[in-house]
Design a protein. Structure first.
Length: 689
C-alpha cells in the first residue's frame, strides 16, 4: 500500500534540504582532502564486521568520539541526533531510565537493548536504567525487527552499545557537577595482566538531582572486561555491577484534553521516603575459534541477577479529598540467562553462510501490597505513610525463548548484494501458577542492496527488505499480572531507501521509507482501577526518515535528520466507561507525527571545543481516543570547553529553553504523563594520563 501523498511531498522536500545542500557545501570544502572511508563495524544485523552502507537495512553508527564531543551522559543525549528516534527521560522505571520511540512506537519492550553482544534485560524488558555510557566505542542502531540472530525480541529496532575493547590502554579520570546538586566522578583504565590477556575497567559514581527536590538518583557502577586475542582465537570475560537508588517523580495528571492546571508543575505526590531501587549484577563469557575449512565458531553465555524494590504512589483524583492517592510496595527478584553458538563460513561462490542457535531464559517473582493515602494537592509536602509489612499480592513470570537460525549473504555481482535469514522460534511462558503456554513459529527476513553508481569512496545504493517476526507479550510485574498469558505480538515490515556517499567521503545520506503491520500489540490500560496490559488488535506504523552527516576540516562535524511517522490503530475495540469504542483510524497515542534534529560539533585534539543542537518533536495525541492533542515543542542543547595537553574542561547545557512538555505516558497511573526534565547546566574536568 503506497504512503500518502502528503508523506511523499514531505520526503521530496526533505531530500532537497538534507541531500543537495550538504553535498554542495561539502564539495566546496573537499578540495585536496583525502576520502574518509567508512570504518568496518560489528553490525548487529549480521554479527560480521561490515560497513553500514553495505547492509540492506537502515543502520546508523554513533562513534565514541562523537559522544565525547557532545559531552553525552544519558541515552537521550546519545541518541538525540539519530534519525526518527525520540528518547523520553525517566518514566515508571525511575528518573534514571528512559523510553525510546522508534518508527513512531514508544513502548518499553518494543525495542531490543544489546550491550557488548548481550541482550540487556534478556527475555523480559530492556534494563535501560542500568546501562552505562562510560568508555563507549560506538553505538549501533538498527531500525525494524531484530535480526534472526536475536530471535523474538523486538519489532522497531535494536540499540547496541559497544564499550571500548579490553586491550585499549588509554586511561581517563573525570569529575563533574551541576544543577540541582548533581555531580559525579569516573575513571576508565587498563589493568596489569599476564601473557596475552588484556584487561580494562570502568568505575563511576553519579548523583543526579532534578527541579523537584524530592526526585533524584544515586548510582554506583563498575565494569570489568578481559580478553585474550591470538592469531586464530579470542576468549573474553566481562562483569558489570550496578547499584541504583532512585527517589521517583510522579507523572502529571490529564484532565480532559490537556494536562491539569490544578497540580503544580513539579509536584511530587509520592509518600515521604519513596524509593525505586535496583541492584544488578551481570557476568558474561565467550570465545571465537577458527575451525574446519576456515569457518569461525563463536559461543557466548551471560547470566544476570537483579533485585528491585519499590515504595511509591500516584495521585488518583485531582481533588483535596481523603485517600486521593494510591501506592504500592513491591520487591522483585529477576534472573536472566542468554547463550548463543554459531558458525560463520568463509565466502565460497560469492556466498557466506551462518548457522546458529540461541536460548534466552528469564524468570522473576514479585511480592507486594497496595495502599491508599492522602496527598496534598500543592505537592509542597509529602505524606508520611507507613510501609506495608504484609506483602499479600504476588506476580510471577517464567519464560524461555529459543531457536535455530540460518542466514546468508550472496554477492552475485559486485554491485548487488542479497541477504536472507530464517529462524525457527520456540517459546514457553507461564505466569504465576498458571499453565505454561508454548509457541513454535518461524520468522525471517530478506534484503537486497544495489549500487546504482560507485566511484572510490562515493556511491549511490538502493536497498529494500522484508521482515516477519513475532514476540511473546510483555510482562512488567504489575501486581495484577497473573490473569494469564496474552497472545503473542506479531509484525510484518517493509522498508526501502537510498544510501548515498559523496564529496569524496565527506557526506553520508540515508533516506528510507517503512511500513509495519502489527497484530496483538500489547498496550497499557486500566481494568477495575488496576493497571493492566491488553492485546490491541491491529495497528500500522509507516513513515519516512532522512539523515545526513557532514564531515568538514578542523574537526567539524554536522548532522541533521527529519522523520514523518504515521502510527494508527487499524482495528481495535476498547471499553471506555462501559462503552465499547472502535479506535480504527485513530493515531497511536504519544506517537509524534514529525521529528527533526540538527547539530554541529567542533572537537579538535587541542583548543576550543563546542557543540550545539536542537530537537523538534511534533504534535502527538495523549490518549487513544485522540481527544487530547499535545503541541509540538523544540529543545536546545549546547556546550563549550577547551582541550590542552591531556586535559579538558567543559560546560554543557541541556534543554536550555526549559521546555516541560509531556514526553511519555505512565503505565501505572491512569491518564498521567512524565514531562521533559528541566534545564540543567553541568561543568566537568577530565584528564588523560
Amino acid at each position: 500500500m503506497p504512503l500518502r501523498h502528503g508523506l511523499l511531498k514531505r520526503a521530496l522536500v526533505a531530500i532537497g534540504i538534507f541531500v543537495v545542500a550538504p553535498a554542495v557545501l561539502a564539495a566546496q570544502a573537499a578540495t585536496g582532502r583525502a576520502p574518509t572511508p567508512l570504518p568496518p563495524i560489528a553490525v548487529v544485523a549480521t554479527r560480521i564486521p561490515e560497513a553500514p552502507h553495505d547492509v540492506p537495512a537502515s543502520i546508523e553508527v554513533i562513534s565514541g568520539a562523537d559522544l565525547a564531543a557532545r559531552g553525552v551522559r544519558s541515552l537521550r543525549d546519545a541518541l538525540s541526533l539519530a534519525a526518527g528516534i525520540s528518547v523520553a527521560p525517566g518514566g515508571d522505571a525511575g528518573p534514571a531510565s528512559a523510553i525510546p520511540e522508534m518508527w513512531g512506537l514508544r513502548e518499553f519492550d518494543a525495542f531490543l537493548l544489546v550491550v557488548d553482544d548481550v541482550p540487556w534485560g534478556g527475555a523480559l524488558n530492556p534494563a535501560v536504567a542500568s546501562v552505562s555510557l562510560r568508555d563507549v566505542e560506538r553505538i549501533e542502531i538498527l531500525r525494524g525487527a531484530a535480526p534472526v540472530t536475536f530471535g523474538a525480541t523486538s519489532f522497531v529496532g535494536v540499540i547496541h552499545i559497544v564499550h571500548t575493547a579490553a586491550a585499549a590502554s588509554a586511561r581517563y579520570v573525570e569529575v563533574h557537577g551541576g544543577s540541582f546538586g548533581s555531580g559525579g566522578a569516573a575513571a576508565d583504565f587498563a589493568l596489569s595482566t599476564a601473557g596475552a590477556w588484556k584487561a580494562r575497567a570502568t568505575v563511576d559514581v553519579d548523583r543526579q538531582g532534578f527541579q523537584d527536590d524530592h526526585t533524584s538518583y544515586n548510582r554506583g557502577h563498575a565494569l570489568f572486561r578481559t580478553a585474550k586475542v591470538e592469531e586464530h582465537a579470542k576468549t573474553w570475560l566481562s562483569a558489570d555491577i550496578n547499584i541504583l537508588n532512585q527517589a521517583p517523580a510522579t507523572p502529571h495528571l490529564r484532565e480532559g484534553a490537556s494536562l491539569s492546571t490544578v497540580t503544580p508543575l513539579d509536584a511530587n505526590y509520592n509518600p515521604a521516603g519513596a524509593y525505586a531501587k535496583n541492584y544488578r549484577v551481570q557476568g558474561a563469557a565467550g570465545f571465537e575459534r577458527s575451525v574446519f575449512q576456515g569457518a569461525t565458531w563463536g559461543t557466548m553465555a551471560s547470566f544476570a541477577f537483579s533485585q528491585q524494590h519499590f515504595f511509591r504512589g500516584f495521585l488518583t483524583d485531582v481533588a483535596a479529598e481523603s485517600n486521593n492517592a494510591a501506592g504500592y510496595k513491591e520487591n522483585i527478584g529477576i534472573h536472566d540467562f542468554y547463550a548463543d553458538t554459531h558458525l560463520i563460513f568463509p565466502v565460497k561462490s560469492n556466498v557466506r553462510w551462518m548457522l546458529g542457535a540461541d536460548l534466552l531464559l528469564a524468570g522473576g517473582e514479585a511480592k507486594g501490597a497496595t495502599f491508599t493515602y492522602t496527598a496534598p494537592l500543592s505537592g509542597a509536602t509529602q505524606s508520611n505513610v507507613p510501609e506495608p509489612t504484609t506483602l499479600n499480592k504476588d506476580a510471577g513470570n517464567d519464560r524461555a525463548f529459543g531457536g535455530a537460525y540460518v542466514s546468508a549473504e550472496w554477492r552475485p555481482m559486485p554491485r548487488l548484494g542479497i541477504t536472507g535469514g530464517l529462524r525457527m522460534n520456540f517459546t514457553s511462558e507461564s505466569r504465576g501458577e498458571g499453565k505454561a503456554v508454548t509457541n513454535a513459529k518461524p520468522s525471517g527476513s530478506i534484503g537486497v542492496i544495489y549500487g546504482l553508481w560507485e566511484k572510490n569512496a562515493d556511491h549511490v545504493r538502493l536497498f529494500a527488505n522484508y521482515r516477519n517476526t513475532f514476540k511473546p507479550a510483555a510482562f512488567d510485574f504489575s501486581l495484577a499480572e497473573n490473569e494469564g498469558v496474552l497472545d503473542p505480538e506479531a509484525s510484518q515490515s517493509y522498508e526501502g531507501g537510498l544510501k548515498l556517499r559523496t564529496a569524496e567521503g565527506l557526506v553520508d545520506v540515508e533516506v528510507s521509507a517503512f511500513r509495519m503491520d502489527f497484530t496483538n500489540l500489547v498496550t497499557a490500560t486500566v481494568v477495575g482501577g488496576v493497571p493492566a496490559l491488553i492485546n490491541s488488535g491491529k495497528t500500522r506504523f509507516q513513515g519516512v526518515e532522512l539523515a545526513t552527516d557532514l564531515r568538514l576540516s578542523n574537526a567539524v562535524t554536522a548532522r541533521a535528520s527529519y522523520s514523518f511517522h504515521d502510527g494508527k490503530f487499524v482495528d481495535f475495540v476498547q471499553d471506555f466507561g462501559g462503552t465499547a469504542t472502535q479506535l480504527g483510524g485513530k493515531r497511536f497515542e504519544m506517537s509524534a507525527r514529525g521529528l527533526a534534529s540538527a547539530g554541529l560539533a567542533l572537537s579538535p585534539a587541542h583548543g576550543v571545543i563546542a557543540h550545539a543542537s536542537f530537537n523538534y518533536t511534533g504534535n502527538r495525541f495523549l490518549n487513544k481516543r485522540n481527544t487530547a492533542l499535545a503541541d509540538p515543542f523544540t529543545t536546545f542543547d549546547a556546550g563549550i570547553g577547551y582541550r590542552f595537553g591531556d586535559a579538558e574542561i567543559r560546560v554543557d547545557g541541556r534543554n536550555l529553553g526549559n521546555r516541560r512538555d509531556a514526553v511519555s505516558e505512565s503505565e501505572l497511573g491512569d491518564a498521567q504523563y512524565y514531562r521533559m526534565t528541566a534545564r540543567t547546566i553541568t561543568a566537568g574536568v577530565s584528564l588523560k594520563y
